[in-house]
Write a protein of this length. Sequence first.
Length: 96
Amino acid sequence: MYTVIIVGYAIALVGVFLALLFSEGKSKRTKYKIWGTALMIPISPALSFALGRHYAIIEQNGWAALIMFYIFPIIFISGLIMLLVGIFKKEGTETA
């Protein structure tokens, strides 16, 4: 019963670890792209599923797990915004 929740959290943590690993030493624009992709693909589905299941167990109501349908789009859209910022952001031009 709790194994599914642990797997969801583990997938999200692995996604965060890989995003940290790949974005180390990169430009800000590239970091936005990496983190946006990481938030959209591995982190948001796994984290929303694990949080929904965890909340349902706490509330002892299976319908409470539907909170994942609210959590997933919020995290996914924030990742999409980060990805789009990374794509369309111009490199900083410094003026003296």
